[in-house]
Ligand binder design. Structure first.
Ligand code: GTP
Length: 171
């Protein structure tokens, strides 16, 4: 079992390629209002959670809500792939803006697992090469997360690891 101890107020980034199980993990481990999902915000701003042309607007809205939550002292989880350094830079900057701890939970599942899930899904329309690209970006990122500013980094490498996480909150 992997134990993750979170301060009651922190900014959690779930990091992982599409299909790694971020949304499923978030649903199991956090309250609904705590999780800001890029897919949900794409849906809100455009009516289509897959609309890549809505990404900019979706993140603007997501960050607006994240700021409102952190200002109120509420733990916030960002459910987006965040496999690119640039995306993570925004998360760390946001945490610093509110003087809260940026926490990374990385879902680094084997590529064949991601591909099998992708093939079984009807809700994702990009090609499988997108997942390979994300996996490559994630692997390059793994050693850099602490230096980027994430203070707690947990890397989960299998579906079993993901399911066996126990999160506790500390004051
Ligand atoms: P994106 O939203 O595309 O970035 O994916 P995600 O990382 O949020 O993954 P999500 O939780 O949406 O799960 C992707 C697919 O994998 C869904 O069809 C889930 O039902 C499935 N899935 C998630 N976790 C597991 C698991 O532990 N086992 C199996 N078999 N399938 C899972």
């Amino acid at each position: 079992m992997t134990s993750i101890s979170l301060p009651e107020l922190c900014l959690v980034a779930l990091i992982g390629a599409s299909g790694s199980g971020k949304t499923t993990f978030a649903r199991e481990q956090f309250a609904p209002g705590e999780v800001l999902s890029s897919d949900a915000f794409r849906m809100l701003v455009s009516g289509d959670e897959n609309a890549q042309d809505a990404t900019h607007d979706a993140f603007e809205a997501l960050y607006f809500v994240a700021r409102q939550r952190l200002r109120r002292g509420l733990l916030t989880v960002i459910d987006a792939t965040s496999v690119q350094a640039d995306a993570r830079r925004h998360i760390v900057a946001l945490a610093r803006e509110f003087d809260v701890l940026p926490v990374a939970v990385v879902l680094d599942l084997p590529e064949d697992v991601l591909m099998a899930r992708y093939r079984a899904r009807t809700d994702r329309h990009f090609g499988p090469q997108v997942i390979s690209g994300q996996v490559g970006q994630l692997r390059k990122s793994l050693g850099k997360l602490q230096a980027e500013g994430f203070r707690h980094v947990t890397v989960l490498r299998s579906a079993e690891d993901v399911r066996a996480v126990s999160i506790t909150r500390t004051r």
